[in-house]
Design a protein around this ligand. Sequence first.
Ligand code: PMP
Length: 351
Amino acid sequence: MRFRAILDTMPVYKPGKRVTAPDGRSFKLSSNESPFPPPPSVLEAIRRAATEINRYPDASCHRLTEAIAERYGVPYDHVALGPGSVTVAQQLLEAVGEPGVEVVYAWRSFEAYPLLADMAGVTSVRVPLRDEAHDLEAMAEAITDRTRLVFVCNPNNPTGTASRTAELAAFLDRVPEHVIVALDEAYREYVRDEDVPDGLTLYRERPNVVVLRTFSKAYGLAGLRVGYLIGQREAAEAVRKVMIPFAVSHVAQAAAVAALEAEQELLARVEEIVKERTRVRDALLGQGWQVPPTEANFVWLRLGDRTTEFAEHCARYGVAVRPFPGEGARVSIGDAEENDAFLTAAAEFPR
Ligand code: PMP
């Protein structure tokens, strides 16, 4: 058997795991999920849709595309869907990718970027973070004639930091028009800093900006896999073309439409998470940790070579965090009980 050589060096995606303490307690704070189960109206939509799973789904995702277009006041043909925004990012890379093409992104950022770039056969250009945040000046400098795509993860996973209006504008001014800037806004709903621009505003101002969003986080549908891109027709069309036929299931489409209808209820839950985020960060600062300000549903602890030890320590309390060995740990904000369990573990970590 022969496989592509890139597979020998390609990183493997490591999903967040669940751990269980000796006393049976288990708190999963390793995947930035919503801690809340779906509202009854969404569950009912899923139940109804499930009765038709003997049929293929609507390959064009018509109703959901329409619902998203209406919700954000964008043209229907500016929306492209995929099974999770990670796959939409992959579709985007597939759409621009051929040998020699470069994609620029910050590092550390979303773990899937290097993997997807390798899969698409394009060259990754990683620009180190500065003070845990995107160094947009250095990213602008990293753009070459071979660059077709730049990912800006805003807020950044795993550090939670967000790029602000003026620095983003200065950056976008420097990006040639034929280079696509994909603002990955998986955590947009958790942003409270008013100086962090809504990507959709930038998409309206700049034809080369596309926005990636997901139903996995604030909308609580991580298990169903629905994400989307909003961008100019040309970009949305390209992303739609490379989607695997029927990739977004009928159940997922129906659930996402119902989630948009239940938006007020879901956004009220986001508000709870934002309040918990403040409580968790303040408590960590009180314990003497350095925690960068976060606009997402997680916090970042720079632990360096003690990262693995910290994750193992938390696991003994039943708390699963996401370690990036040698760098730090990302900890999702859960419900109050989960967060308390984590804060106890953090307080008792020998320092
Ligand atoms: N972008 C970022 C920055 C993420 O953190 C994630 C999920 N971890 C995704 C995209 C992908 O989310 P999904 O595929 O579930 O939509």
